[in-house]
Design a protein. Sequence first.
Length: 249
Amino acid sequence: MPIRDNTIEDFQVCNNLTALHFLQEFNGKNRKNLWTIININAEPLLLELFNHKYFAVPRLIGYCGRAVIEQHSGNPLNSIENFDWYKRAKVAKQLLKAAEQFTFGHAKFRLYLTDISPDNIAISDDLVVTFVDLGHGILIDKSSAILVISGSHYTEPFNDDEYGFSRQEVCGSAISDHNVYAVCKLLLSVTAPWPMMRNGLLHSPPPELNAKDLFEHIEQCVYTTEKVSRFKLCAKIQQILDDIVVQVL
Ligand SMILES: Nc1ncnc2c1ncn2[C@@H]1O[C@H](COP(=O)(O)OP(=O)(O)O)[C@@H](O)[C@H]1O
Ligand SMILES: [Mg+2]
């Protein structure tokens, strides 16, 4: 079953091996239905593959044609703009964790989200983060690493409001830091562009907080040109956030 141009609306698979393995995951489904779903909206298939028990995605209830029924996961990220800083710190930690999980957490695939925005992230009343729009993404089979250049892809930073990525580069490496870069750049940084809240999710830290280290690491995650590993920075930022949040519990 060929997938034309490796493209399913805004959802893309990196190569034929990924397409083949993706389809094999749904062997139990009727082939005609599968073909229709893939061409109309691949999101429910991704929600099956990246199950809500392990990934920050909504619980899938069912789907038919264009309609997808899923758990309501809360309000858009910007609805917590004026929440207590420590609550926003807890959310920031989950955003980074989720970026790691989509990159490393599945046994067979990596999913790179290509439409990360505050509207596509829901926050529940108890501050659980869910990525609600998986319709835009790039899927790569981990075993494709043998077909592409090994090593990890470093996303070249853009200045200020500009943001972009190259599908060829993301697909051309065994691992890309795309998800981590996107979370740092589009959501956490003080320079996070519209439609993110002004000065990023961690705006207006409390005066008693000594978080110079935290903000430096976040900006390094966005702007570093020294090709330091954004995965290491991501782990470090999470650790700093954990330490800060633990102190106020
Ligand atoms: N599971 C969900 N829980 C809470 N809000 C959701 C959920 N799914 C979608 N939304 C809300 O609906 C909006 C549109 O849904 P989305 O899947 O992003 O569609 P589109 O492809 O039109 O962007 C989202 O921006 C989000 O605010
Ligand atoms: Mg959306």
